[in-house]
Design a protein around this ligand. Structure first.
Ligand SMILES: Cc1ncc(COP(=O)(O)O)c(C=O)c1O
Length: 447
C-alpha cells in the first residue's frame, strides 16, 4: 500500500492549489488557445503537485470494491472504491463479461457503420425490444453514449422557433442540446413546479400554438432528488407541452421492479419521451431514446446528428447491455436493488450519526456537501490517505462554492467497507476544517 503524499509540497503550504477553480479560466480571451489555457494548465499542475487534483485517476487493475489507482501526479493508491458508476455491481459479472466477448466473436469488434448505414445488428434490435418492453414505450433507438442521446435528441426534435423549458440543474448534455436547438431556452428553478408553471404560462399567453418541450430528470445525480411527477404531468397536459425525461440514474435501480421513479405512481405513457444511459446500472456505455409515437422517433432518426452521423454502438457494448438488462429485470435484480439501497442507507445513517448531512433520497449515490472547493479538495486528499476513493465534485458539475462528495456504492460493499468510507469522509471534512482554521493563509470559504 502506498497511500502517501511524500513527493509533493506539504498540504499546509499549498494554498494556491486550493483556491483556484476552473471557472477562473472561462473568459475565453486570447488569440491562441495555447496561450488562453496556459494559466489553467499551471493551476492544474500546482494542484496535482499538492495532491489535491481529484480528476483523471487511472485504474491499474479491475474496477471493483477495492481498487488500485494512480493520480496524475504519479501517486498510487489502493483502497476501498466508493467512486465507480456501477450501481448494481455488474461490471465484472462473468455473465456480462462473457456476453460482451461473445458479441465480439459473433459480430466483430466494430459496428462498421452508423445506424442508417448498416451499423445495426440483430443484437441491437434485441436490446431495443427489451427496453421497449420494460418501459412499456413502443419505439426505441440506441445512441453511442447517453450524452450523445441527450444532446442529439433535443437538437434533432426542436427547431429555433420552438421553446424548451428545462430544469436549471439538468445534465450538461440536456443543456447543451437545448441551447444548440433554440434561443428560446427557459430555465425553471430546480424541481420547482411553480417556477415551471410560470414559464409555461408566459410562453402560452404569448404563443398559443408554440411547441414547448419540458426537459428534466427523474433523479438528479448531484442532489439525489426528483421532481413531483404528478405535477409535471398535470402541467404538461394543462399547457399542451411535451415532456422529455432523462432516467439515466434511476432506470434499473429504483422504482417498482427497477423501472424508474416515475413508475411509482404514473406510467411512461403519461409523458412523451424518455432518454437513458447504460453507463450507470448496465455495466456498459450507450444511450437510448424511447418515444410513445413513431413519428417522433423518425424525427430523431432524421435530424439527430449524433444518431445519424456517428457510428452505432459496438457489439461489445451491446452484448454487455443485453446480459445486464436480463439480470437487472429479474428476481436477482430485485435482490441487487434491495442490497444497494440497504448499503446506501447504512452509509447515510453512519454519516448522519457523525452530523454529516446527506442530500436527497436514498439511491445508488450518496451526496455530501463539502462547501468551498478548498475544503472539498483538502477533505478529498484526507480520504485518499485513509485508503478510500470517492468522487469529489465541483464546478462545472455543480455551482461554485457547492463542492461535494458523491459516493457510489454497489450491492457488494461490506459493512466494514461502508464504515471505512463514512469514517474517511467524516475525518476528511473535520481535518479540512481544522487545517483551514489553523490558517492555511486565506483558504477562500473553507469553514
Ligand atoms: C442525467 C444524465 N444524462 C446523461 C448522462 C450521460 O450518460 P453517458 O455516460 O452514457 O454519456 C449522464 C451522465 O453522467 C447523466 O447524469
Amino acid at each position: 500500500m502506498n497511500n502517501r503524499f511524500d513527493n509533493g509540497p506539504k498540504l499546509e503550504t499549498a494554498t494556491a492549489a486550493l483556491t483556484w477553480n476552473v471557472a477562473d479560466h472561462q473568459s475565453g480571451k486570447g488569440q491562441y488557445f495555447s496561450d488562453r489555457y496556459a494559466a489553467l494548465a499551471q493551476d492544474v499542475e500546482r494542484a496535482s503537485d499538492a495532491g489535491v487534483w481529484q480528476y483523471f485517476r487511472t485504474h491499474r487493475a479491475k474496477v471493483g470494491r477495492n481498487i488500485e489507482v494512480e493520480d496524475e501526479g504519479g501517486r498510487c493508491f489502493t483502497g476501498v472504491n466508493g467512486a465507480s458508476q456501477d450501481y448494481l455491481g455488474l461490471s465484472n459479472d462473468p455473465r456480462v463479461v462473457e456476453a460482451s466477448i461473445d458479441a465480439i466473436r459473433k459480430y466483430g469488434a466494430h459496428s462498421a457503420g452508423s445506424a442508417p448505414m448498416g451499423g445495426k445488428t440483430d443484437l441491437a434490435r434485441a436490446v431495443e425490444a427489451r427496453i421497449s418492453d420494460i418501459l412499456g414505450i413502443p419505439h426505441v433507438c440506441l445512441f453511442p453514449t447517453g450524452w450523445a442521446a441527450g444532446y442529439g435528441i433535443i437538437k434533432g426534435l426542436v427547431r429555433p422557433h420552438d421553446h424548451i423549458v428545462i430544469d436549471a440543474l439538468g445534465h450538461n448534455c440536456l443543456q447543451h442540446g437545448a441551447h444548440a436547438a433554440t434561443g428560446n431556452v427557459h430555465q425553471f428553478i430546480h424541481n420547482d413546479m411553480r417556477s415551471l408553471e410560470k414559464r409555461l404560462d408566459r410562453i402560452r399567453r404569448s404563443e398559443p400554438e408554440a411547441a414547448i418541450l419540458v426537459v428534466t430528470e427523474a433523479l438528479f445525480s448531484m442532489d439525489s432528488d426528483c421532481p413531483d411527477f404528478f405535477e409535471l404531468i398535470e402541467l404538461k397536459n394543462k399547457y399542451g407541452a411535451m415532456v422529455l425525461l432523462d432516467i439515466a440514474h434511476d432506470f434499473g435501480c429504483l422504482g417498482p421492479k427497477g423501472r424508474g421513479l416515475l413508475t411509482d405512481h404514473c406510467s411512461y405513457s403519461d409523458i412523451d419521451y424518455v432518454i437513458g444511459s447504460f453507463s450507470k446500472t448496465f455495466a456498459s456505455i450507450g444511450g437510448f431514446f424511447a418515444s410513445n409515437d413513431l413519428a417522433s422517433l423518425r424525427g430523431v432518426q432524421g435530424f439527430s446528428g449524433s444518431y445519424t452521423f456517428s457510428n452505432y454502438p459496438i457489439p461489445a457494448q451491446l452484448g454487455a447491455v443485453d446480459a445486464a438488462l436480463a439480470i437487472v429485470f429479474s428476481d436477482e435484480g430485485e435482490d441487487l436493488r434491495a442490497s444497494v439501497i440497504a448499503n446506501t442507507r447504512r452509509l447515510r445513517d453512519a454519516l448522519g450519526a457523525g452530523n454529516v448531512e446527506t442530500l436527497g433520497v436514498a439511491s445508488a449515490m450518496t451526496i455530501i456537501v463539502a462547501g468551498s472547493e478548498a475544503r472539498a479538495r483538502l477533505a478529498y486528499r484526507r480520504t485518499l490517505e485513509q485508503g478510500v476513493v470517492v468522487n469529489c465534485i465541483e464546478f462545472p458539475a455543480v455551482r461554485r462554492g457547492e463542492a461535494r462528495f458523491r459516493v457510489q456504492l454497489t450491492p457488494h460493499h461490506s459493512k466494514n467497507e461502508i464504515a471505512m468510507i463514512a469514517k474517511a469522509i467524516m475525518t476528511g471534512l473535520q481535518d479540512a476544517s481544522r487545517v483551514a482554521t489553523r490558517g492555511v493563509a486565506s483558504i477562500a470559504g473553507a469553514s
